[in-house]
Write a protein that binds this ligand. Structure first.
Ligand code: NAP
Length: 239
């Protein structure tokens, strides 16, 4: 796939799935601007390793981060990947209004406003990919805000596909299954990971590269007829 001459913006590109997406797009020749929140060293490592990448600090809990995030792509954008997300586990009985606002802002409001910016910046034929979670169809205790915010993101994706299609812009959701990242390992004990592996048809945890491959396909020319879809890249965790 050749993305030479294309500009991509990827949120949460310093680690995990986002880092693998940055790598795939950069290796295909795209100029890739990506965000990170805290881990400057990880972001610097990505910039040093993958040619054509630029790191911008942006905390999605703070809408003021939209401005610096879009500053390097004001001259034109071809691809937006809303990847960054958080999944704190809190039982509904213990939820606070503040946590509702924080998770909904990071996972849904900020990505929606990023799509708003992209709607005017994207060149015709552009691409938006939003990363959701299988938890929107396999809910788990403690994940009310995670499931709710990602379900909202899936709906924003579908509506954006209808709104932007006339310009040849595709908008899709990619849903990872259990994927081996800091987020997965931080949120789950070893037994849960073993159980997820057993339940996955292909018999292993996903790797960030498995998800990046699907995103790379969707942002490439061969996926021009796919829009408004939710592609479940889960290795068959839900069949
Ligand atoms: P991860 O390993 O925790 O990496 C998260 C990335 O997002 C990092 O680059 C981090 O930056 C950035 N980030 C976190 N909070 C942010 C904020 N408030 N503002 C801006 N950036 C922020 O996560 P991951 O597992 O790769 O997950 C990526 C996406 O896939 C998420 O949307 C997640 O919900 C989804 N997902 C993951 C799995 C899984 O099994 N891993 C499954 C389904 C869906 P720093 O490096 O600075 O911290």
């Amino acid at each position: 796939m050749d993305l030479n001459g294309r500009t991509a913006l990827v949120t949460g590109g310093s680690r995990g799935i986002g880092r693998a997406i940055v790598r795939r797009l950069a290796e295909a020749g795209a100029r890739v601007v990506f965000t990170y929140r805290d881990d400057r060293a990880a972001a610097d490592e990505v910039v040093g390793r993958f040619e054509g990448t630029v790191a911008v600090r942006a905390d999605q809990a703070d809408l003021a981060s939209l401005e610096p995030m879009f500053a390097p792509v004001r001259d034109g954008l071809d691809i937006l990947v809303n990847n960054a997300g958080i999944g704190p586990a809190t039982p509904i009985a213990e939820l606070t209004a503040e946590e509702f606002d924080r998770v909904m802002t990071v996972n849904a409001k900020f990505p929606l406003l990023a799509m708003r910016e992209a709607a005017t910046l994207l060149r015709d034929g552009g691409r938006i990919v939003n990363i959701s979670t299988l938890n929107t169809v396999l809910p788990a205790p403690g994940l009310a805000l995670y499931c709710g915010s990602k379900a909202a993101l899936e709906q924003f994706t579908a509506v954006a596909a209808r709104e932007l299609g006339a310009r040849g812009i595709t908008v899709n959701t990619v849903t990872p299954g259990a994927t081996d990242t800091d987020m997965l390992r931080g949120a789950n004990p070893a037994e849960t990971l073993a159980q997820a592996t057993t339940l996955t048809a292909l018999g292993r945890l996903g790797q960030p590269e498995d998800i990046a491959a699907v995103v790379a396909y969707l942002v490439g020319p061969d996926a021009q007829w796919i829009t408004g879809q939710n592609i479940r890249a889960t290795g068959g965790l839900l069949v």
